[in-house]
Design a protein around this ligand. Structure first.
Ligand code: NAD
Ligand code: WQD
Length: 335
């Protein structure tokens, strides 16, 4: 298939592009470079021997999206990553997030060829603070703890509204839990332009001497060790889920299909567990201190993964230790 990857130069997108090329798909990338660098294209080429086409397009700009599809009318599938993802920035600049994430998705839906497979990057954040664990897809949306999370809920709902009225529509919203780690080749990984908000890039930068100390956000939660519990998934497993999803939609006989599917390991890990396992895996100490709870953090979130197994025949393969090793390998090799 010829697959359009929006946000394909970003953290998750670049890994998926590599997998798609290795799976013999032709890839076209659009990205506005707001949180990525064009040099990632060369890294993709080094890993695969193929340089995908790249157009610097901002999905917020309707005419750019329209023109793109006029020229690339032969796109056969879309994986839509392009979005802003900083939870804290979305609280201070909500309009920026609604404009970028929601308008961008609307423009894509308006001009994309109708009926082709569409994979949307959603997030476990749509569930809010769920009392039920592991979290199944049947659980209704919770109260979004940030405008960022709200944009994911809105985009899923807009996609569903399109599905309801289009005669042909094939889509999957993949709800990622906590993606971590990097490609084992050490050439692509998570390279945030600002101070990392997510725990893994912050932790590896502390161990590498780029930052002083990791703050554990709260040790008085109602969990066994008092820290929050999350479902950390290796980026290689997450990437593979996208290939399964797009191939599944391509092959399905139904004209209409739309499902939301959790992508996680199914295992909950506390912040202290994560730090200890990192120290054991890498053989280095993590300097940390206990801080206040971070506003908006949910106590526990881990995935029920049965639906991913049933529909996509996908489940995670890598261990948490593999993921931590790859994150460290990326940290010490990234340029
Ligand atoms: P990222 O910031 O590394 O990648 C996003 C890419 O999209 C960047 O290259 C950015 O330049 C591009 N982009 C943003 N707005 C754009 C626009 N208007 N037009 C064109 N390009 C645009 O983020 P990521 O971690 O790779 O996340 C990819 C997707 O997965 C996002 O939709 C994100 O919300 C979602 N997601 C991420 C996580 C996570 O923890 N990383 C978890 C759940 C869901
Ligand atoms: C993980 C755990 C923190 C940093 C976010 C988004 C979510 C999704 C994934 C996109 C939590 C603790 C963190 C630090 C810490 N993204 N922590 N010190 O918050 O689970 O999810 O990324 O959709 O929407 O909200 O991920 O990596 O920020 O935090 O103690 O410096 O690590 O409290 O328990 P989170 P995270």
């Amino acid at each position: 298939m010829k697959i359009l990857v929006t946000g394909g130069l970003g953290y998750i997108g670049s890994h998926v592009v590599v997998d798609l090329i290795q799976d013999k798909h032709e890839v076209a990338i659009i990205d506005n470079l707001s949180n990525s660098n064009v040099s990632v294209l060369d890294r993709i080429e080094s890993l695969t021997g193929v340089k995908p086409t790249f157009d610097k397009i901002d999905l917020k700009h309707k005419n750019e999206v329209k023109d793109f599809f006029k020229q690339h009318y032969d796109i056969e599938g879309i994986i839509h990553f392009a979005a802003l993802k900083s939870v804290s920035e979305s609280v201070s600049k909500p309009i920026k997030y609604y404009q970028n994430n929601v308008i961008g998705t609307i423009n894509l839906l308006e001009f994309m060829p109708k009926g082709i497979p569409l994979i949307f990057s959603s997030s476990c954040t749509v569930y809010g603070n769920s009392k039920i664990q592991p979290i199944t897809e049947e659980i209704s949306f919770g109260i979004a703890s940030s405008p960022y999370g709200h944009t994911k809920q809105i985009c899923e709902q807009i996609i569903e509204a399109e599905y309801n009225i289009q005669p042909y529509f094939k889509g999957i919203s993949l709800r990622y839990f906590n993606p971590i780690g990097a490609h084992p080749g050490g050439l692509i990984g998570e390279n945030p332009k600002n101070i990392p908000e997510n725990i893994l890039p912050y932790l590896t930068q502390v161990v590498n001497g780029e930052r002083e100390i990791l703050t554990v956000f709260g040790d008085d939660y109602p969990t066994a060790d008092g820290s929050c519990i999350r479902d950390y998934i290796h980026i290689m497993d997450l990437s593979n889920a996208h290939c399964r999803a797009i191939n599944f939609l391509h092959e399905t006989k139904s004209n209409k299909f739309l499902e939301a599917i959790n992508i996680g390991t199914g295992h909950g890990v506390s912040v202290f567990n994560l730090i200890t396992l990192f120290e054991e895996t890498i053989g280095k100490k993590v300097r940390f201190k206990i801080g206040e709870r971070r506003p908006g953090d949910v106590v526990i979130a881990y995935a029920d993964t049965k639906k991913a197994k049933k529909i996509l025949n996908w489940k995670s393969k890598y261990t948490l230790s593999d993921a931590l090793y790859s994150a460290w390998n990326w940290e010490i090799n990234k340029k």
